[in-house]
Design a protein around this ligand. Sequence first.
Ligand SMILES: [Cu+2]
Length: 658
Amino acid sequence: MKKLAALLFIAFTSFAHAQEEGPFHPMDALTPTEIENTVKLLAAAGDVDKDTRYPTMALREAPKDVIRSWKKGQPFTRAAFVIVQKKGKIFESVVDISGKKVLSFTEKPGAQPMIMDYEWAKARDNFMADPRFKVAMEKRGFKDMKQIFCTPNSAGSFPGDGLQGRRILKVPCFSGDERLHPLLARPIEGLMGIVDTNSGEVLDVLDREVVALPPAPDGYGKTLPKPDKPLKPIAMIAPKGPNIDLSGNLEIKWNRWQMHARADKRAGLILSLVRFDDGKKLRDVAYQMNLSELFVPYMSPDPTWSYRTFMDAGEFGLGYLISSLKPGVDCPPNAIFVDLTFPNDIGGTYTRPAALCVFERASGDPAWRHYVAKDQSVSGVPQVELVVRHIPTLGNYDYVIDYVFSPQGNITLRTGATGFDAIKSVPSKDMESATALEDTQYGNLIAPYTVAINHDHYFNFRLDLDIDGPKNSLVRDAFYPGPAKGSVTRKSLWTLKTGRYTAEGPIVPDHAATGGEIWRIINPNEKSGLKFNPSYWINTNHQANSILDPNDPPQLRAGFTQQTLWVTKRRDDQYWAAGLYPNLSTKDEGLPAFVSKKESIINEDLVLWYNVGFRHAPRPEDFPILPTFWHEMTLRPAFFFDRDPSMTFNPGTLETKD
Ligand SMILES: [Cu+2]
């Protein structure tokens, strides 16, 4: 029996990437100094004052062709895209940081930018100071108001409710002490404040039914049950250090892959210039990949619930609410942790420590293997892959967002939902309670007196894929059953038919292709060694389309959820699937508008937009904390290489001795 001697000497230290300010690369996030200079330039032009707020302050990317041809060491220019809130008006501005001038400053009447810190606090404080709040709490038996926790939500948009055009947050409250149980585990039902954050006015207080609070749940915080007898440690380790090369702010190289990563207040993380070295040349796979929107609509008709139709990226920001990662829990001990810096609302920055982790994962699976019975030999290599991870926490949910790169040339986009379900206090103790049927019409009882409302999650990934260069087409391989022509023994066989899409739009499934469809993005201008046009499969694992009425108000705002895959020609100003301003929007100004001209997509620079999604009908097993619920899609090379690039993959092995 061999022993892994190396294990004896391993100390569980985590690695941190020390950053200097930069910028080192034209795709780097705006640095604190650049943000400061942007505000100074706007102030010098008389466009902003000390009371101005900045719901968006982000890198304005240089043109794609400029960035693609940029080489390390060459100079580059920098610019900022800024959304400004000044005296109740909204402006968009482009600031040339390198040239030290404001290029544009344009009012956008009616635009509703992302929710800002001060608005959130104002909505909470004004509601809690309202006399109607006190009355409602006393009615529910609360004497100590410090025990109450109110947390404003984005409001959605519902034509005819009299709130159109106002800047609204809706405020539910909870009874809670976070040291005892999840902060949002004991909702105070039947109560909601509606606050206009521009005027500060509490426009309305819905004070409806009084429902007893569920008991503090067991199994969290101080009430954590005694753990089982511990297992002997199981861990992922890199005893000789990582194989990952991190440089600048932030370039990542691992095995044959390389890419650039930057923090973004709205998207969380943006990966750019994703390339694979095939041993002969560095090959383009993706110019850019990021989450563009995250839509979570709940399915309750209750007036204090029905508005809950959240656009987490465009309303709050996945970077804005990114969390610090805990070594050994969120990422393995061999991970490299990177602090991320984001712009705040007041023209400065904040840094979230260890908000990104990058690590190699030995999956425990064979990358490939074969057993030869004749001599009983096994040949093969173990699979190791690179994971780039961050975890935004949007109120109750934590979303683990992974980009996984394999030596086979695959890129898997994974979303792991954890945290806890949004719950509603109900009178039912269990499913034999008299009220159970009514209480569970729109959700499931997941604990006594606790219903988790049904809902969807749609993660829209913007995939600016460049397969061996920007000019690509989109094709479909469809499987059709047919007669076995020429065979005397078979009755039927399936065959593959390949067709090309011609125009922008949502990709609508073809139900005639009874064997299914595979989409591929293909470069018609290049040839592999076998004389194929190189392509990548879009492997559809977890897809979900909305099944709501397209004219339901939340659905009008989230038209991008009508189909899993969309394709557009790349345009510089099209980044967000639900549009630039999804907060309080009445219709989706993103994908449905982007494709409206149905322009040609044959041999063009294309962007694919893919919804990883799922319908969530919660279970008691989701309580008290939802065990990480993974969904994913994979981009897989097809006819891109002439053979498996992982045939030469050579992961190191731990030294062993007898
Ligand atoms: Cu869910």
